[in-house]
Design a protein. Structure first.
Length: 565
């Protein structure tokens, strides 16, 4: 986005007057004005304390405008379309510019004004906005760009060096009520990364980020020493990444221990348990301290999902994963999936068939050639569907980890898929359980610091390492649905539905005794209601009653059923 001419704010009142005139009813225009505001503070900043005051005043309108603009690309399939890509790039860059601006204030503070309280506030904001940039990449299902984690680690390292890591500061989300500190802002970003953000839906991810910021003060950061029992996960201030498993190497641990930090999440695990118990006791999410805007069922599910990673427990896999090679075919969308599984184009059963004008004309013209003793057969137009080829990275009995280039069909998180492991093998139903678009890694980008360097916050220049980038391929985790599916036609019956209502595509999955799973049906999103009846057409029409919802995604619902007597 072109910010236009550079403004000049010689003092705090002139900048405050500009912020007061932001057209918040027009988020696109307001974003353009905020870009000019940020660029002006970079090019011709007022005195450091005036700049700091203006940045603090810009927090609320910036957060509002950023969220409004993010609606352009949230919950969209990847790779993003051009307009969506542009919106994401602008939002991510705005978060990073805020961290840059705060870091520049710290560098310009004269002696006497660099009090511990002020330094703690500035470094906290650097950490907070860098964390927001990380969260934005997760929400857009984008790979974190090189250098962003190093900036986060470096800023926290400076907070430790200056002795302000746990000095209380006002929380930018609730400046009058909540208290935070640099260590908490740093831990919040680590917790979000630990939660497996590419597995989570957008609503779940937003809720996890809110809880991470809220409960991060419960987590204690400690330096790793060679004498103690090695922790399961560590944050390395010299590496461009979040928490990672620690290889048990005493010599390496002694050498790099100065830069390793462990997390004590025992109090956080207790908080998760208490919140879960409160919801089970039918206490509302708001009264349980989980915030507004989320249902109790969503909170219960997310708390259970987060407990293992946030308590740093070992991951338990039902099926062992192993490296693999080769490729498979993957189909996206209900029509192609139904075609590849059924082996033919979907057609309405004759009892509800409505002929097109072209089909009617063909029947009329060739009516004398029709043999009355033979079943009537209408030749439908031939439709071809495409399936993309993906490279297999690893696999287990439950699914695959796949990779492909940027060219191909767009894919959404949680979407229904069909995969064929080989040329002659049938298609199986699957779901996109996690999804990430790779970034175009700049040549020479750094992924670690040398151990002779000191972690420190480095302001990001426009377009430098840490900026959002496009042009990468996709990496996806695919969860298979057990059993060989059958492509069928289905329609809702009962009150509000006529006997001539058209059928839709659906899939039947058989019972799998080895997994203790009964038969299920995969229906379009929005069809499910407990006890609802559905008519299925295979060789003939029969009815079933919907039972428990077993699985759902962005465009489907998989439901247990019983056959109506």
């Amino acid at each position: 986005m072109n910010g236009g001419f550079i403004l000049a704010f010689p003092d705090q009142p002139s900048g405050a007057a500009f912020l007061a005139r932001l057209p918040l009813a027009d988020p696109l225009r307001a974003q353009s004005d905020l870009l000019r505001f940020q660029q002006s503070l970079l090019a011709a900043p007022p005195p450091p304390l005036a700049t700091l005051q203006l940045l603090e005043q810009a927090q609320v309108p910036l957060a509002f405008v950023q969220e409004e603009r993010a609606k352009t690309y949230l919950n969209r399939a990847v790779p993003l379309a051009e307009r969506e890509e542009q919106a994401f790039t602008e939002v991510a860059a705005a978060w990073q510019r805020m961290a840059d601006l705060y870091a520049r204030v710290a560098q310009r503070l004269p002696a006497g004004e660099d009090t511990p309280e002020r330094l703690a506030l500035i470094l906290h904001r650097c950490l907070y906005y860098t964390g927001q940039a990380l969260a934005e990449h997760y929400r857009a299902r984008r790979e974190v760009p090189p250098g962003l984690w190093l900036n986060l680690h470096g800023t926290y390292g400076s907070a430790e060096d200056w002795g302000v890591a746990t000095l209380p500061v006002a929380d930018p989300r609730e400046p009058l009520e909540c208290r935070s500190h640099c260590a908490a802002a740093y831990v919040a970003a680590l917790l979000l990364d630990l939660a497996g953000p590419y597995h989570l839906g957008v609503r779940e991810l937003g809720l996890a980020w809110r809880w991470a910021l809220q409960w991060a003060p419960l987590v204690t950061l400690q330096a790793v020493t060679p004498e103690e029992e090695p922790p399961r996960f560590v944050a390395d201030l010299m590496q461009d990444g979040g928490l990672r498993p620690l290889a048990v190497d005493r010599e390496l641990q002694a050498e790099a221990g100065l830069f390793l930090r462990r997390l004590d999440t025992s109090r956080l695990a207790l908080q998760l348990q208490q919140a879960h118990q409160a919801l089970k006791a039918r206490i509302s999410p708001v009264d349980a301290g989980l915030g507004e805007g989320a249902s109790a069922s969503l909170c219960v599910h997310l708390l259970a999902t987060l407990f293992r990673p946030w308590s740093q427990a070992a991951a338990q896999r039902r099926f062992r994963r192993h490296a693999a090679s080769g490729s498979l075919r993957l189909a996206v969308g209900w029509e192609p999936i139904h075609y590849f599984i059924g082996g033919q184009t979907f057609a309405q059963p004759e009892n509800v068939r409505v002929y097109s004008r072209q089909e009617f004309d063909r029947l009329y013209v060739f009516r004398h050639q029709v043999d009355p003793s033979q079943p009537l057969e209408v030749v439908t137009s031939r439709i071809t569907y495409a399936a993309d080829e993906w490279e297999v990275i690893n696999q287990s009995a439950a699914g695959y980890r796949l990779q492909r280039g940027a060219a191909g069909q767009r894919l959404a998180h949680g979407q229904l898929l069909a995969v064929s492991p080989g040329p002659e093998q049938p298609y199986l139903l699957a779901q996109a359980s996690w999804l990430m678009q790779e970034g175009a890694r700049p040549e020479g980008a750094r992924t670690e610091r040398g151990h002779g360097e000191t972690p420190s916050p480095v302001p990001l220049a426009e377009g430098a390492a840490g900026a959002a980038s496009s042009g990468g391929g996709l990496i996806a985790g695919i969860s298979l649905m057990a059993g060989h599916p059958q492509a069928v036609a289905a329609r809702l019956v009962g009150d509000g539905h006529s006997a001539s209502e058209a059928y839709s595509r659906a899939f039947l999955l058989p019972a799998v005794a080895a997994l203790n799973e009964g038969p299920s049906i995969v229906l379009p999103i929005g069809w499910y209601a407990p006890g609802r009846e559905v008519e299925v057409f295979t060789d003939g029409a029969w009815r079933l009653k919907l039972g428990k919802l077993r699985q759902s995604g962005s465009d489907f619902e998989r439901v247990e059923f019983s056959v109506c007597g």
